[in-house]
Each structure stands twice: as C-alpha cells, then as structure tokens.
Write a protein that binds this ligand. Sequence first.
Ligand SMILES: *Cc1c(COP(=O)(O)O)cnc(C)c1O
Length: 390
Amino acid sequence: MSIDIKTKCLHIESEEGYKNHYGSISYPIYQTATYAHPEVGCSTGFDYSRLQNPTRKQLEQTVEALENGIDALAFSSGMAAITALMEIFKPGDHLVTDADLYGGSIRLFDNINVKNGIEFSRVDCSRVEIEDYIKDNTKAIYIETPTNPMMRVIDIEKVAAIAKKHNLLLIVDNTFLSPYFQNPLDLGADIVIHSGTKFLGGHNDTIAGFVVTNREDISEKLRFIIKTVGSGLAPFDSWLILRGIKTLGIRMEKAEENAFEIVKYLQSEPKVKNVYYPGIPGTESYEISKRQARGFGSMLTFEVESAALAKHILKFTKLIPFAESLGGVETLLTYPCTQTHADVPEEERIANGITDCVLRMSVGIEAAVDLINDLKEAIDSYDGYKAQYI
Ligand SMILES: *Cc1c(COP(=O)(O)O)cnc(C)c1O
C-alpha cells in the first residue's frame, strides 16, 4: 500500500507494528547501553547501543521512509552526519561543492577534510558549468538546495545527470525543505543529508543529523563508520526527533503559509532592497522549485538598505529572537555574516551576496500578523536611532 507522506510521519510500516511494547502508541525510549544475549551465537538483534538501539532504529526507519531511501542513519548532529559521510572518501579524492553552503560544512571541508587529503572546488552550481570543474580524481558533487542563505535553487535532476555521466556520487543536503517538500533520491541523488535539528525535530530543542541513501554499498560503508566512530544519536534524542516528525506536515504547511505573508510585507517595505524566496514567481528558482519540490519552504533572506538597519532590526524585534538555527516552530532571525557564515572567507562571502545588510529568517508557526507587526515596528523605529550605529 502506498501511503501519503503526512501519514508516513505518523505510521511507518515497521516489522513489529504495535504488537510489542504493550501496544505503546509512543515508541519507547530504550535507555540502555547493552543487551543480554540468550546464548552464544544468539542476539536479540541489538548488542550494544553504539551500533544500534531500538529507539534510534525506529527513527532511522521513519526517516528512510520519508526520503524513499533504503537506509537512514541517525547521528548526534548534522555535522556528525556529514563528518561520518566524508569518511567514505580517501586522501587524493576531489569533490565539487556548491559555493553557497551551510557555513559549518565549509568549515569542516576546509579545516578537517582538507587536512586528511581531500580536495574541494567550490562553485556556484546554480550558474556555472559544473562539468568544467570535474577532474580525474573527482568522486562526488555536494549541494544544498535551496542554498543557504541566498535561497538559490539548483536543478537536482540536471546535476544528477552530470554525476551519473561521470560516475560521481550526488550528495544533497535537504535540510531547508525537509523530506516533506523535497525528495532528492527520487530526483537522482545517491545520498541525502539532514540536520535533524531543524525541520525534522522542529522545536529548537534537540541536535541531530541524518545520512540517507538508496545504495547498498554506501549503506554498508556508513554502518561500519557509525559503529566505529560512535557518533550515533542517543535514545532520548531519537525519541524527541520521532515526536517532532509526527507534526512535520502541518508545521511545514503553516510555516510556508506564513513565509508567503512575510514576503508580501517585505516586498512592500521601502527600506528592504531585496527579498530572496523561491516562491516568488518569475525567477528561475521558482520554475525549478515547481518541478522538483512540493513546496517552497519557510526560509527566506532579505537585504535591507544598510548594515545599521540590519543590526537595528536584530536588536528591536520583540517577538522574533535573534538566534542561529532554523526549522523550529519559533520564528528566528539570523545574521549570516557574523553567525552561520562567519568562517567563510570574506571575499567569497561577499561574492555570494552575503553582505552585512543581509538577514535570514526561519519562519515559524506563529500568527503571521504578529510576525509582520513585529518586523514593521522594528523597521519603523529605525530613523531616530541611526546615529548610534554609525
Ligand atoms: C544546521 C545545518 C547543518 C548542521 O547541522 P547541526 O545539526 O547543526 O550539526 C548542516 N546543513 C544545513 C543546511 C544546516 O542548516
């Protein structure tokens, strides 16, 4: 039976169903490090929780179902997931990555993976000819779409075709849209990454990460890595993410609806110079999104007339906190140039459009009118304070 993604968030086709665990509707938290064996050569299926734990397994099967993969692995953070994934490469391997990635991923590649002999070319995959950067030792293409924070949409099927032609892996960080709106494996990707901290968890209360794949060979390698390096997600945190996923559908729908309202307001605001959101018609990002995703999500970026105004907004919104992260029920405002993208070389950051006038907003599920009033009051109160930022 094929079931809708909204239903998959609540019911996965697990081997055991509700037969076990006393019919518990909420999957139990197995807070155990180890498991007793009935006799030599026999196992309950679980031996030691670094390798696997029932609560983590339940979560992994849920995410695997949402992304249409054959395996999903839950890690202690999004960065732990990407770090583990990078272990499938060896010294001398080369990856082409998009230029507009999550800052933490760039920090990992530049400071840890490069040290281990892996090479990277960072290119704007939404605009340039990716094939020009593919070399004999290239092993993978690594993208995020929409990109962070400039919200450029990359055509996944087009990049997948290039990856297939050159026998490369295509890795897509799908954090921004979540599996609710986009499934990169269905579009030709081999590996999907998630920061589970964001939309999957959805409540700004748990750090988690995922690698999902539809390839047996990759799954086997990743299972070896997770048990060897020991960065799997803890049972309680696995349960929190499972609970978050139950409402993924309604959260994504409401947050997207709010995002549209806020975009409308920002576009009418003279002190706002640019609004970047894939749901704005008439752009290439919009057309690609219509083809490859079921929604536009609730992440948006906007550029205001001056850095002083950007800082003023961050200080004077009353409802919307100035905080890193995204994808939670609470709306957050982020300042990419000093927060998420502080470690990206300045020249590269500015070339990508991430100036000190740019704010990123993760829209939550509050009443849109309250969010708009909060932004409007902060922006309207600006003039009188100008001097204090100059
Ligand atoms: C937050 C984030 C990460 C890192 O995830 P953590 O859970 O914070 O370690 C990776 N990619 C994207 C797109 C993110 O937003």
